[in-house]
Write a protein that binds this ligand. Structure first.
Ligand code: XMP
Length: 502
């Protein structure tokens, strides 16, 4: 395997993921676990937020590291640490260098083989190496001749930039080149083995207890529920119908779970939710009501909780560290509320997907036999259609939204655009406008269509859907959705708009 020592960078798990993408087994370890590693084929030291000059800065057992006799790569903090271990020094930074730089390579070096000249790399650091120990080779600099890649001995390298982020244009190639130094000694990554390891790990962690799992039909909770099921865990999967679902969504979710053979319990709380939302128009008020009621209903259905399973993914874990981020907001709804935090502190929450990225979850889901359609569902917000129906939520307004949304989804699927968009939906606007229907004046509502691409929901761009798709959707909505006489297409980026209307 490729052992990645975690010095706390936002990107540590991303290195693991890149190595897996390159086809090799990789795991993240706390640096102090170095001694427990069993025959790693290569070791990567990640970046980190600390400074090597700080007291108690995270360290590496250099003797043990050398004793493995395998290729070593230090990234950012990892490089600075290696420089110190080889006898050099690091200068604490006053300002932070963040952003793109150029990689200027020198004499031929395995790490940079096959790279284009002057490749873009991504920096995020404040400390820099100062004194280089004797025998250190500077194998690349930035555009200002500052060393950004060092070599000590045969197969020990340090790079100041982050090869794991896509902003380092040829970063993956650099990692691939590094791993080529360990040729033959690295285990091949296989999703089947990976799945089996996860099943094993879950059995160990759960240790015979009963697990409660909230399912929504979305990718993460579906993969989680199936994973627990395949691990033979005694589990209760609860699906709350809050009355704010899309057309046929409840039936679809029930069918989806029937197809994968996982029993779920449906709790119909729609009357309760719609009752509580009656007359409420303030977006935050709506969210609060829905969030609290959801927990009441969910935990109410579960009489007791031994263990709670959550489908938290790695980006959620990382994002939750930065307050005010979208992800932390998303988590406020499901994962971070007091009731869940209490359980978490009591060691009664498991998050088996917390090391994975969305596409890895999808690959795992496919390996578990989950149908493609379920794995490629667009994200759908916890508060459901409530955030797509600005103004008061009534059964009638929900119905118009559902009908329009279903038409839009059908047209997107038919034209092949559903999977090319990250998220798409119809919202119902709280305005009425004048039109003509037949020979009569109409005074009806407007539907706004939104389709976006995004990587992580933090930013988003609207999709340039073909006019034909928009035209078909609009025609069908205007012809068949009661109470609607106008269709708009939302061309707002995020920021400043958000993806949802509320
Ligand atoms: P915004 O509207 O904030 O949405 O740009 C970003 C992404 O998050 C989803 N979203 C939510 N998901 N609970 C969720 O599970 C929520 O309360 C929530 N609010 C927004 C939204 O659909 C988009 O994908």
């Amino acid at each position: 395997e490729v052992a990645v020592l975690d010095y706390g960078s936002q990107y540590s798990q991303l290195i693991v993921r890149r190595v897996r993408e390159l086809g090799f087994v990789s795991h993240l370890y706390a640096p102090e676990k170095l001694g427990e590693l069993k025959g790693p084929g290569a070791i990567i030291l990640s970046g980190g937020p600390r400074s090597t000059s700080e007291k108690d800065a995270p360290d590496v057992d250099f003797e043990k590291l050398k004793a493995f006799g395998v290729p070593v790569l230090g990234v950012c903090y990892g490089m600075q640490l290696l420089n110190i271990k080889h006898g050099g020094t690091v200068k604490p930074g006053v300002t932070r260098e963040y952003g793109p730089a150029r990689l200027i390579t020198g004499e031929p070096c395995t790490l940079f083989q096959g790279l284009s000249h002057d490749s873009q790399i991504w920096m995020s650091h404040s400390d820099t190496v100062q004194h280089l120990p004797e025998g250190t080779k500077v194998v690349a600099t930035n555009q200002d001749s500052v060393p950004v890649a060092l070599q000590w001995g045969e197969a020990c390298y340090g790079i100041q930039f982050h090869p794991e982020v896509t902003h380092s244009h040829e970063g993956t190639k650099i990692l691939e080149n590094f791993l080529s130094l360990a040729k033959g000694k690295l285990a091949k990554f296989s999703i089947t083995d990976f799945k089996n390891q996860m099943l094993e790990q879950i059995r160990k962690e759960v240790a015979g207890r009963e697990v409660l799992c909230g399912v929504s039909g979305g990718v993460d909770s579906t993969v989680l529920a199936v994973l627990l099921h395949k691990a033979g865990i005694k589990q209760r999967c609860i699906f709350v119908d809050h009355g704010l679902l899309r057309k046929h969504e409840r039936e679809d979710v029930v069918a989806q779970f029937a197809e994968v053979g996982v029993p779920i319990e449906v709790v119909d709380a729609s009357a309760q939710f719609l009752g509580a939302l009656k007359g409420v128009t303030d977006p935050e008020q709506k969210r609060k009501i829905i969030g609290n009621l959801f927990l009441d209903v969910f935990f109410g259905a579960a009489d007791h909780v031994e263990l709670l399973a959550q489908g938290t993914l790695y980006p959620d874990v990382i994002e939750s560290a930065t307050s005010g981020s979208i992800a932390s907001k998303i988590k406020t709804h499901h994962n971070r509320v007091d009731r869940v935090m209490e359980l978490k502190e009591a060691g009664r929450v498991i998050e088996p997907l917390a090391e994975l990225f969305k596409d890895e979850v999808r690959a795992l889901g496919a390996e578990l036999g989950i149908p493609h359609r379920a794995l490629w569902r667009h994200p759908f917000p916890g508060p459901g259609l409530a955030v797509r129906v600005p103004g008061e939520i009534t059964e009638e307004r929900l119905t118009s939204t559902r009908e329009a949304d279903a038409i839009f989804m059908e047209e997107l699927r038919k034209s092949g655009w559903y999977e090319k968009t990250w998220q798409a939906y119809a919202a119902l606007l709280p305005v009425k406008t004048v039109g003509v229907k037949g020979d009569e004046r109409s005074y009806e509502q407007a539907i706004s269509l939104r389709a976006v691409i995004s990587e992580d929901a933090m930013t988003a761009d609207w999709v340039e859907l073909p006019y034909q798709v928009l035209r078909n959707t609009s025609n069908r909505i205007l012809n068949s959705v009661k109470g609607v006489n106008r269709v708009l297409y939302d061309i707002s980026t995020k920021p400043p708009a958000s993806i949802e209307w509320e």
